[in-house]
Ligand binder design. Structure first.
Ligand SMILES: [Fe+2]
Length: 133
C-alpha cells in the first residue's frame, strides 16, 4: 500500500499550487488506505469522493488560470489531462449515486493523478513558473 505523503521536492514552484497539491495528496492518502471491509466504509468513501471532487475542480481551474496567464506553452496538455481526470471522477460519482462504490477506480485515480500527472506533467512546468513568477 502506497503512502501519498507530499514532500518539498514535489514542489511545482508555486506556493498556492503546492498547498493545493498537499491537500489533495492527503485526500489521496486517505483513499489509498480505505478498506471496503471496515465499518463506516460507505460514509468514508462518500466523504472522500466529495472532498476530492471539490478540491480537484478548484485546483484544476486555478492551475489552468495561472498557466494560461503566463502563456505556458504546454497548457493544452494540462487542460486535456485535467478534463480526462474530471471525467473519471464524474463516472465514479455517477456509479456511487446508484449505490456502487467503486473503490478500485478511486484508488486508480489517486495513484494516476499523483504518479502520472503531478510527477510528470505538473513537475514539467516548475522551471517555467520559477522563471516567470
Ligand atoms: Fe495539473
Amino acid at each position: 500500500m502506497a503512502n501519498y505523503e507530499w514532500k518539498p521536492e514535489y514542489s511545482v514552484g508555486h506556493s498556492m499550487l503546492d498547498a493545493q497539491h498537499q491537500k489533495l495528496f492527503a485526500i489521496c492518502d486517505e483513499i489509498e488506505h480505505l478498506d471496503d471491509t471496515t465499518v463506516g466504509f460507505s460514509d468514508d468513501f462518500q466523504r472522500l469522493l466529495e472532498e476530492l471532487i471539490g478540491y480537484v475542480s478548484t485546483h484544476f481551474v486555478d492551475e489552468e488560470k495561472i498557466l494560461e496567464k503566463l502563456n505556458y506553452p504546454d497548457i493544452k496538455v494540462q487542460q486535456k489531462e485535467h478534463s480526462h481526470y474530471l471525467n473519471d471522477l464524474s463516472a465514479i460519482l455517477f456509479e456511487a449515486e446508484k449505490g456502487k462504490l467503486n473503490l478500485p477506480a478511486l484508488k486508480v485515480f489517486a495513484s494516476s493523478w499523483i504518479s502520472t500527472h503531478v510527477f510528470t506533467h505538473d513537475i514539467a512546468f516548475k522551471e517555467f513558473l520559477l522563471a516567470n513568477t
